[in-house]
Design a protein around this ligand. Sequence first.
Ligand code: FNR
Length: 187
Amino acid sequence: MTILAIPGSLRTGSINRSLLEAAVEEAPEGVTIRILDLAGLPFYNGDLDNPADWPAEALAFADALRSADGVLFATPEYNHVFPGVLGNALDWASRPLGSVAPLKRKPVAVMGASPGLIGTARAQDHLKFVLMTIGAQVYSASGLVVGSARAKFEDGQLTDSETRRRLSLFLEAFVTYVHAEPVPALC
Ligand code: FNR
């Protein structure tokens, strides 16, 4: 099983990227977690939204989403919502490009880390709402919220053992969900 992991931050030293790197290390047996950077994805532009004009980076992004069994987002919280870089990615991911939108019926999960006490809980709720709106199968039994993150990461490594334990349980639960929610063949 392959899980595509998407950080909602472009920042060097992003704690959300570090959280996904820890997820790669904690991946359950038989599961490959691959991090996909959004840095090269252009802004969605309706003028390009036809099969002849989709930018190569957006096509590659859609292909990566389509070929993954599930998608794991790690979102920062900017002004109580998820960053625009993720909103832009979801705009592309919601477009059908002549067939079915790449996130339609795709099992997805959301987590996030921030220095604040409530660790992206508000941003995660907004992100789940948008994911549901575009038809993804959102794993919502429990999110993984990592607050007070400055004390939990050091030099890009998740050093807090309790958070690592919670991350591992979260990944196990999401993978079980992905197994139970096979992506149906849509046409
Ligand atoms: C923030 N930050 C922030 N944190 C939070 O818990 N709630 C919030 O509403 C905001 N708002 C916000 C707005 C903007 C524009 C910035 C740049 C930052 C702080 C944010 O959580 C912190 O910078 C994280 O480190 C960002 O995540 P990455 O880049 O480390 O993954």
